[in-house]
Design a protein around this ligand. Structure first.
Ligand code: LLP
Length: 416
């Protein structure tokens, strides 16, 4: 008998118990997100062990379910938030204000108002990526903790649409960062840090973009640090996870060592803020087969989860593993797994070998814990799915399934 590793660096879709997942689908209905909080804790423990001298935060945009926010806060992580809504949800989940950073990217005036309001009672840190954003906060009387987001000129990512570091919309150009720090300090802000994020998808094979970004931030910290008393430099998130079965896990201790080495010596605390890494393999999406249609090209397996449930394949051509939670001994077919949305893009997986499924059976989609539920929509008037969280193995409904009334709940009661 093999003894399971206590905290393996990756949990594959095949590691989940099919019987247990079928039971959850039967009990809660489909489409259903299942989130294992124990796995979230394991992922956090691994990141913290590798980055034991650094400050580790959670980029909450990957999954803002309260169960996840409070679990990761209990694991000692701060929260990086991309909107006033995320800041509010982090506070509501018990994250103290001084562990929350709000990264203001072209922030809507309403967000700035709300964050400045919250900052009166909570010691938040605001990260600005433009002189104009500094003005927007100054105009409202904010002069609290401030971090300057730098565009490091180095990007990385699993897809052009998630490569951030060299996109001009994020951060002040590298050479202008010292000037903005000087200006902010002169205007009375409490400048505490610098920030940069390369994009999503640091991979074990190639750490060169990450190294370059970190080295540039180290240089900046040393030059800005001569005039300003910086507390931290955050070098972002983007730690990749193996979506494909043949991909290996990220070697976190190697990433941590490369990060420290590239940064060099500076009198500041280094920080990282992954999102995906904590939650991706802690989540699966369960979906019921709704129609099986042999065609000359492929067998189309229709399912009740589509691009409104998990948009990553449609938006980024992302690969997610698909598993039939039954069908042992059946003939294997090449399948195209498609959702119920009237769009050609509504394909969760193409050319996948599966035991021939039948209507009513359940498939599982792997690595769905990050940017899955978070990016759901009501397109085609599809109610959002439910989320069930497993804690110590026990299931608890974390987010209720929407019903049809949710679709019109915000419409005004006019006589159109
Ligand atoms: N920090 C900042 C400032 C970010 O913008 C992001 C992600 C992160 C940290 C966390 O990146 P992560 O560790 O999760 O890769 N929806 C896309 C990902 C978009 C990420 C946007 N920013 C996807 O499904 O792949």
């Amino acid at each position: 008998m093999t003894v399971a590793e206590p905290n393996p660096p990756v949990r594959r879709l095949g590691d989940w118990s099919a019987a247990r997942l079928r039971e959850l689908a039967a009990g809660y209905g489909t489409p259903l997100y299942v989130l294992d909080l124990d796995r979230v804790r394991e992922n956090a423990a691994r990141v913290r062990a590798a980055f034991d001298r650094e400050e580790v935060s959670y980029a909450v945009k990957a999954n803002t379910t309260r169960a996840v926010l409070s679990t990761l806060h209990d694991e000692g992580l701060g929260a990086e938030c991309a909107s006033a809504g995320e800041v509010q949800r982090a506070l509501d989940a018990g994250v103290p204000g001084d562990e929350i950073r709000y990264t203001a990217v072209n922030p809507p005036a309403r967000d700035v108002d709300h964050v400045v309001d919250l900052a009166r009672d909570h010691d938040l840190t605001v990260t600005v990526g433009a002189a104009d954003t500094l003005d927007a906060f100054a105009e409202r009387g904010y002069d609290g903790r401030l971090c300057v987001r730098v565009n490091p000129g180095v990007g990385a990512g699993h897809h052009a649409k998630v490569t951030t570091g060299d996109a001009p919309q994020f951060g002040v150009p590298y050479d202008r960062a010292p000037g903005l720090v000087d200006e902010a300090a002169a205007r009375g802000f409490d400048v505490v840090g610098l920030h940069a994020h390369a994009g999503s998808g640091i991979s074990g094979e190639d750490l060169s973009a990450h190294r370059e970004l970190v080295a540039r931030m180290g240089d900046l910290a040393r030059s800005v640090g001569t005039d300003h008393d910086l507390a931290f430099v955050n070098v972002g998130g983007g730690f990749g996870v193996p979506y494909r079965p043949e991909e290996g896990p990220l070697d976190l201790p190697a990433v941590a060592a490369a990060t420290r080495e590239a940064f060099g010596d500076a009198d500041v605390r280094l920080g990282v803020e992954p999102g995906r890494y904590f939650v991706a393999d802690a989540g699966v999406l369960l979906t019921e087969v709704t129609a099986v249609k042999p065609t000359p090209e492929t067998t189309v397996v229709g399912v009740d989860a589509g691009m409104t449930t998990l948009i990553r394949p449609a938006l980024y051509d992302a690969y997610h593993e698909v598993r039939h939670l039954g069908g042992a001994g059946r003939e294997r077919i090449s399948a195209t797994v498609a959702g119920p949305i009237c769009e050609t893009a509504d394909v969760l997986a193409a050319d996948r070998e599966l035991p021939r499924p039948e209507r009513g059976e359940v498939l599982a989609v792997g690595n769905a814990g990050a940017y899955g539920y978070e990016m759901t929509s009501n397109y085609n008037s599809r109610p959002r799915p439910a989320v069930v969280a497993l804690d110590g193995g026990d299931p608890r409904l974390a987010v209720r399934r929407e019903d049809l009334s949710a679709l019109t709940a915000m419409e005004c009661d006019n006589e159109w």
